[in-house]
Design a protein around this ligand. Structure first.
Ligand SMILES: Cc1cc2nc3c(=O)[nH]c(=O)nc-3n(C[C@H](O)[C@H](O)[C@H](O)COP(=O)(O)O)c2cc1C
Length: 317
């Protein structure tokens, strides 16, 4: 439960800019993602005249619970943006306090918020006072090893009405390097009473339950490993997935992409997923053609050839 919003399941596709869009979420849902997070959007972009960023908050029928994720560095601006988008129908609004890229964190947004406890308090107090939907936040361990203040920030969030805390077990300084600190996720779980989602370094299905057992967290978010691998969301080993099923999901995902973005954009944007879907499979002779395709029938022809030629699973010779 996120306040009064039920969540059925404990594995969640991470919010990922340029990845967790409407088509990707549609596929992830089929395979068991228990909550749907949008890509993050700047509060300022939401308050500006209509622009391409708004589409990141598109909602497809059946997406429940849908979490709109936004970021900013000013509590009033974040509130104004949140009030505007609340009318667009999210079930939950989440504040990104984890983004490490310079353009975001350098101006005090994303993980930059973690250096400003008062901003965190003001933002959560204002939003939870003025919105009807639950307000949640996603953070990191802190800015650097010397500034690991996640416990302080999490308490501030909870004291100011946050309904759930998700944490990526790395600092800003680590970005995506080193290993995620699962001990820290366990510490967080012990100091707050709202649900905690643990995140970082889930690479195989067994890691999901290992992270839960290690920390006591209520749910697990999977980011990079879930790109082109929605099976992890259902705790399935990708090496066991038959090639026919991979081709089936590629068919579905490309169709969703083209329906949503049009042609050729839907194909162009699919490239990053295509390589990942076939990770570990001997598709090299087909990849160039797969990436060049701009027609659904042609795609089906190549996928049929792949199904006929490739071993069923990565374990088969
Ligand atoms: C391409 C990419 C885009 C991301 N965009 C977002 C985002 O918009 N919002 C967010 O909270 N985290 C974002 N993240 C961070 C992930 O949600 C997650 O916290 C991080 O990748 C660690 O989890 P993992 O080890 O399972 O990948 C992004 C990560 C990647 C790799």
């Amino acid at each position: 439960m996120v306040r009064d919003v039920p969540v059925y399941g404990d594995v969640i596709l991470s919010p990922m800019a340029a990845v967790s869009d409407v088509p990707c979420r549609a596929v992830s849902r089929v395979y068991g993602s228990a909550m749907q997070y949008t890509e993050f959007v700047a509060a300022e972009a939401l308050l500006a005249p209509e622009n391409s960023q708004w589409r990141r908050l598109d909602k497809k029928e059946g997406e429940y619970p849908l979490v709109f994720q936004i970021f900013g560095n000013n509590a009033e601006t974040i509130l104004a943006a949140a009030q505007k988008i609340e009318a667009w129908g999210p079930d939950i609004i989440d504040i990104n306090m984890g983004c490490s890229v310079k353009q975001v964190s350098g101006r005090g947004a994303g993980v930059g918020m973690m250096r400003q406890p008062k901003l965190v308090a003001d933002t959560f107090r204002l939003l939870t006072t003025h919105l009807s939907v639950p307000v949640t936040g996603k953070l990191r361990l802190g800015w650097s090893q010397e500034e690991r203040n996640f416990l302080e920030i999490a308490k501030i969030m909870e004291d100011n009405g946050a309904s759930l805390i998700a944490m990526h077990g790395r600092t800003k300084a680590q970005a995506y390097k080193g290993t995620a600190d699962w001990d820290a996720i366990g510490e967080l779980k012990q100091v707050v009473s709202v649900p905690v989602i643990g995140n970082g370094d889930v690479k195989k299905p067994a890691d999901i339950d290992a992270l839960k057992a290690h920390t006591g967290c209520d749910g697990v978010m999977v980011g990079r490993t879930a790109i082109g691998n929605p099976w992890i969301l259902g705790r399935r080993e990708r090496t066991e997935v038959p090639i026919s099923e991979i081709c089936e999901v590629v068919r579905l995902h490309v169709r969703e992409n083209v329906a949503y973005y049009g042609n050729p954009r839907g194909f162009n944007l699919f490239g990053r997923h295509m390589r990942k879907y076939f990770y570990g499979r001997p598709v090299k002779p087909f990849m160039q053609r797969l990436l060049a395709i701009r027609d659904l029938d042609e795609l089906d022809v190549i996928l049929e050839q792949i199904e006929e030629t490739l071993p069923v699973t990565s374990r088969d010779k």
